[in-house]
Design a protein around this ligand. Structure first.
Ligand SMILES: [Zn+2]
Length: 463
């Protein structure tokens, strides 16, 4: 649905991504040279492979794969050199490396091995060692199974059932089963957004893999720090997926001391220089596919809401919400949209569309009337900005919100993520006007968010 947000939402989203990338937290360091162990995991290695294959098929549909055999062979060759190292567990996983046309500096590896490299990464790397560094680091995430480890930890109770039905062909495969739990492949997917602990482990194991393949591991840390120093428009997705665990270069230097190999091949091969020239000459991706991060946008599925809450304080009320959601302020402090970053998108005219989340605001009725009357007037106004909005059920419920009487009306509209959308309107008569909150999610996913929405409603306090 389209909320009444007058400010441009796009800029706020951008600023948020940068803020995320800049954050840095002290972490508990593993002892350099000690073994890197994979964490707790409810998936089997075969399920990692299955999940990765399904997800890779989805990525291939959404990205533009570079049509240049020389470049693809080159990426595959470096990938093979690294992933055939015993530390990468090549017997268990099916590594594959694909170059996709996308100017942003990024690369990502799906569980089980399929990895995708953006042309922007090749463009930004100063030598083959840096490219190998990113690949080695991604391979380490695969080998340590960080994606499914994170999903396992976050959805401890639901995962075994989801895995069982996925294996038995319960519809949609593993990707479909995870989507039902709200775990998607979109930007900020829990599968691809790593913790700082996972990062330091991937640096350590990635360094070991690089060293074994003949690359100087320090290039990996240098490249990450270079991205951090540059910041800018093209880096943030990689940095927010792979947060700096703190002093990467020093940590990798300490790790290297434990490796048998001390001398490495020269970094700048003629082949690398030629590949960079080839990339520079590639045509741009077709616009329909170039939007956002290749393969990671528009999946229409959000990360599960966090169980820790934070509070939004407006001038006349306050509300708690999951701390991995954001509050996007409207034209006044009391007008706010709260939701997962991926749940709020811009339509063709640049207007914000809320697909997941809650819209809070005041409406000033044209005349004095009771709660039901002013609610009906508000609905007429909402329908004028959302022409496809309908009243889904004529029955309205009376509840208490923040100690006041409230009316709940079920509305429906078209979701910006496709299909039907449920919009639950909650209205409260307040001295400032008609306070309202609209809880928004695609119809098929509303039930999964009901608990969060309920907690948000119950947390409302009027001043
Ligand atoms: Zn990482």
């Amino acid at each position: 649905m389209r909320p009444w947000i007058r400010r441009r939402t796009r800029r706020r989203l951008g600023a948020f991504a940068l803020a995320l990338a800049a954050g840095s937290v002290v972490y508990a360091a593993r002892k350099p040279g000690s073994e890197v162990k994979p964490g707790f995991n409810l998936f089997s290695k075969q399920q990692d492979v299955q999940l990765g294959k399904e997800a890779a098929a989805e990525v291939r549909r959404q990205t533009h794969i570079v049509e240049n055999r020389e470049l693809q062979n080159y990426i595959a060759k470096i990938g093979r050199k690294l992933s055939s190292r015993p530390e990468a567990d090549p017997q268990s996983f099916e590594y594959a490396f694909t170059l996709v046309t996308d100017k942003s500096i990024n690369a990502f590896a799906l569980p089980g091995g399929p990895a995708f490299v953006h042309t922007g990464l090749l463009d930004a790397a100063e030598n083959e060692g840096q490219l190998a560094g990113v690949l080695g680091h991604e391979i380490a995430h695969v080998a340590m199974r960080h994606g499914t480890n994170q999903v396992s930890k976050a959805n401890l109770l639901q995962i075994p059932a989801a895995l069982a039905s996925g294996v038995l062909g319960g519809g949609g495969g593993l990707v479909g089963q995870l989507a039902k739990l709200g775990i998607g492949l979109g930007a900020n997917s829990i599968l691809l957004k790593y913790s700082r602990d996972a990062e330091s482990d991937a640096d350590a194991l990635g360094a070991r893999i690089m060293s074994g393949a003949g690359y100087n591991p320090i290039e990996m840390a240098r490249f990450f720090e270079k991205l951090e120093a540059e910041g800018g428009q093209r880096g943030p997705q990689f940095l927010s997926d792979h947060p700096n665990p703190g002093n990467r270069v020093k940590a990798v230097e300490e790790e290297i001391r434990f490796f048998p190999r001390r001398t490495y091949d020269p970094e700048n091969s003629a082949e690398f220089t030629r590949m960079k020239a080839l990339v520079a000459k590639l045509p741009a991706a077709p616009t329909s596919r170039a939007a956002g991060n290749a393969g990671r946008s528009g999946a229409g599925v959000i990360d599960p809401p966090s169980r820790t809450a934070r509070t939004y304080r407006a001038s006349t009320y306050q509300i708690a919400y999951p701390d991995n959601w954001q509050a996007f302020g409207g034209s006044a402090q009391d007008s706010v949209t709260i939701g997962p970053k991926q749940g709020i998108v811009s339509d063709q005219s640049g207007q914000a569309q809320v697909g997941y989340g809650a819209v809070l605001n005041y409406y000033t009725p044209s005349q004095r009337q009771d709660l039901a009357g002013s609610t009906n007037e508000l609905i007429r106004n909402l329908r004028s900005t959302n022409p496809n909005m309908v009243i889904a059920s004529q029955t309205q419920r009376r509840v208490r919100v923040g100690g006041s009487n409230a009316l709940v009306t079920n509305l429906a509209s078209a979701s910006p993520f496709g299909g039907k959308e449920t919009d639950v309107l909650v209205t409260v008569a307040r001295p400032e006007g008609l306070f309202y909150m609209i809880l928004v999610a695609p119809e098929r996913e509303f039930a999964a968010l009901n608990g969060v929405f309920d907690q948000m409603l119950q947390s409302i306090r009027f001043q």
